[in-house]
Each structure stands twice: as structure tokens, then as C-alpha cells.
Design a protein around this ligand. Structure first.
Ligand code: SF4
Ligand code: SF4
Length: 243
């Protein structure tokens, strides 16, 4: 699919790297490492030179997986995202971004661009005020505190994905990003890792799935899942692992 992630050195930090310090402050000491695909908990960073292991940012307790080949491009998820968070049906205010290319053919014509709640989130690392942080109260989703955000947009630039999964909120004039619907004052369901997510609930073809398991962070198909059923297989199109 279109947006290939960069290849971060997963689980390690260069020997003299001070840019990771924001992960280290406030983190518990002596916790075990959790490999990608493991259960949520504290993750660990291993210093490549010294072998020291340090606690990093606590892992999010939830993630979204997507099946871009199943996505119909209807943008229902975008509208439900903006309605739940902002009380208005606005594609530009959505935190999940469906991008359709008229120059590509099916199944490569649609990209589902969603926040990965990264284990080592560059967005949070870049924030000078800790406005963007792992929020303990909402299951450690990578969360923007509007009151702390000074609008510098460093997080938007730092997110390694294109388009950035941190976007600009024209109403509050702050950064905003997916919080797994933890803060959705205009939605009458409980969101967050322990609740529901508007995009998952709204998608008419069930192309988005919530999981508590940490997805593989890099490589082809990261954060993707085959959600197609037998009917797709009967069409001779997409018999995959999930069938
Ligand atoms: S905004 Fe980007 S860097 Fe931050 S958690 Fe989401 S995908 Fe990762
Ligand atoms: S725009 Fe706000 S959340 Fe983003 S880096 Fe700047 S202060 Fe932090």
C-alpha cells in the first residue's frame, strides 16, 4: 500500500542519543521488555552500545488495525470521528484520514491513514511541553492536552507517517490526534481502549478493528489485517490468512 513506514530501530536507541530522554523521565524502573505482538505494559529500550535496558513510555492499551483492501472509501469513519470529538460532520476535522487516488487502481487506490499509538511515538518525543503524552487515565493512548499545547506543530512534523497522523484543530488552534475516542464529548458511548471507537462502530464494511495486542511496528502490512470474509473468497479475490 501507499504509505510505507520508515524503518526505526525498534526497541533500541543509539548510545549517545539524548533525544529519547522524554521516554525515560517518569517511567518505572526495572520493568520487563514487551516485544511487538506482546501484551500491553511498559516497553523497554536497550542501549545499543552499553546493553542497558531502560523503561520507556508505557504501551497504549489499544490499537486500530485496518484492512485497506476492504475499505470502500465512503469516509463514514472520518465523519463519525469529527462528530464524536467536535460535534460537527467535518472531513477536515477528522483524525483518521481516508485518501483515495484517482490515478491508482483497486486495490491500491485507497489509503487508510490512522494513528498507530506507536510504542515509541515521535510525536510525543517532539512535544516541548509534554502536551502530547501517554495518558494514564485513558489507557496510555498518545493524547494531546489542549491546555498545554502551544501550537508549535512540532508533533505534526515529527510523526513519521505521511500524511502526519497529528493534525491541526481549526477550532481549538491546537494539535489533535486519535485518542481511540477516549475524549468524545459528543458521542453517547464510552470510548477509549476500554470502550468503543466511533470509526470501528461506523464503518459499514467492518474494515477497522480494535485490538489490545501491540501490532508489529514496521514492515509490510504493519497495522493491517485481513478482515474479508468468505464472500470475498467466493469472488475469487481475497482468500487470506483470516479466512
Ligand atoms: S501521531 Fe504518528 S508518531 Fe504519534 S503515535 Fe500516531 S502514528 Fe505514532
Ligand atoms: S503543537 Fe502542541 S502537542 Fe504538538 S508539539 Fe507543539 S505543544 Fe506539543
Amino acid at each position: 500500500m501507499g504509505n510505507q513506514p520508515p524503518e526505526p530501530d525498534e526497541g533500541t536507541v543509539p548510545g549517545d542519543d539524548t533525544s529519547r530522554r522524554s521516554f525515560l523521565k517518569g517511567a518505572a524502573v526495572g520493568v520487563g521488555a514487551a516485544a511487538a505482538g506482546g501484551s500491553a505494559g511498559f516497553l523497554a529500550l536497550r542501549n545499543e552500545d552499553t546493553g542497558d535496558v531502560a523503561a520507556a513510555m508505557p504501551a497504549s492499551e489499544g490499537y486500530l488495525l485496518i484492512d485497506p483492501e476492504k475499505c470502500a472509501g465512503c469516509q463514514s469513519c472520518m465523519l463519525s470521528c469529527s462528530v464524536g470529538h467536535d460535534g460537527e460532520a467535518s472531513l477536515s476535522q477528522s483524525r483518521i484520514q481516508i485518501v483515495e487516488s484517482p490515478f491508482k487502481g483497486f486495490p491500491d487506490d485507497i489509503d487508510v491513514n490512522h494513528c498507530r499509538q506507536c510504542t515509541y511515538p515521535a510525536c510525543a518525543e517532539a512535544c516541548p511541553t509534554d502536551a502530547l503524552h501517554a495518558d494514564e487515565e485513558t489507557g496510555n493512548v498518545r493524547f494531546v492536552d489542549e491546555d498545554k499545547c502551544i501550537g508549535c506543530e512540532r508533533c505534526i512534523e515529527a510523526c513519521p507517517y505521511d500524511p502526519s497522523r497529528v493534525t491541526w484543530d481549526v477550532n481549538s488552534q491546537t494539535a489533535k490526534k486519535c485518542d481511540l475516542c477516549a475524549d468524545t464529548p459528543h458521542w453517547n458511548e464510552e470510548g477509549g481502549p476500554d470502550g468503543s471507537q466511533a470509526c470501528v462502530e461506523t464503518c459499514p464494511v467492518d474494515a477497522i478493528k480494535f485490538t489490545e495486542q501491540i501490532p508489529a511496528q514496521v514492515g509490510p502490512g504493519a497495522y493491517e489485517i485481513n478482515l474479508r470474509d468468505e464472500q470475498w473468497a467466493e469472488l475469487g479475490l481475497y482468500a487470506g490468512d483470516a479466512l
